[in-house]
Design a protein around this ligand. Structure first.
Ligand code: GLN
Length: 182
């Protein structure tokens, strides 16, 4: 979370935290960070944020989701815990914890054609993968072909964390979506 705030502030954005529906209504874009998607889902429901977030996504709010955030933006979830739901918005199927325990966390240099050179240094932490891209556009894949970044309209999502490796181009792309929607 702190890393997202730092990257966005560095890029000139005014950043605030969203915990309540009034706070969501006040922002022009939303970052859903990593963490544990089932816990974020539970908290969103407990704090009456789920319905407003779903409505905002439907209304076209630009969102950038990393890792758990990608899971929460997926229309279809595989390997969710019992009762876990997502906000949806991206027409993708996602598998949680797709790398198993032998490779829970790793870093990879990823070619992301829409971002140009140099490759993105990507930190994967108990990361999900996108198993079906549906109407979304894949932006990056691992060497084995598994999709790890997608976009669909104002929604952008990566199964890795660019914010921990000093990478700013995904956040810049998100802010471009925010300006375009304003
Ligand atoms: N495995 C976590 C989940 O299912 C995501 C991990 C992360 O956000 N770094 O939500």
């Amino acid at each position: 979370m702190r890393e997202h705030v730092e990257v966005l502030a560095h890029l000139g954005a005014r950043v605030s935290r969203v915990r309540r529906p009034e706070e969501l209504a006040a922002v022009d874009g939303l970052v859903i960070p990593g963490g544990e998607s089932s816990v974020i889902d539970k908290l969103a429901r407990a704090f009456d944020l789920r319905a407003p977030v779903v409505a905002a996504i439907r209304a076209g709010l630009p969102v950038y989701g990393t890792c758990a955030g990608l899971i929460l933006l997926a229309d279809r979830l595989r390997d969710g815990i019992a009762g876990q739901v997502t906000f949806g918005g991206l027409d993708i199927a996602v598998r949680r914890n797709a790398f198993g325990s032998q490779a829970e966390s790793f870093e990879a240099d990823l070619d992301v054609p829409v971002l140009g050179d140099p490759p993105v240094s990507a930190a994967f932490i108990r990361a999900p993968v996108v198993e079906e891209v549906g109407a979304a556009t894949p932006l990056a894949a691992l060497p084995d072909g598994r999709v790890v970044a997608v976009e669909q309209g104002p929604l952008l999502a990566t199964s890795f964390h660019p914010e921990v490796s000093g990478e700013t181009r995904f956040h810049a792309r998100f802010l471009r979506n925010v300006r375009a929607a304003a």
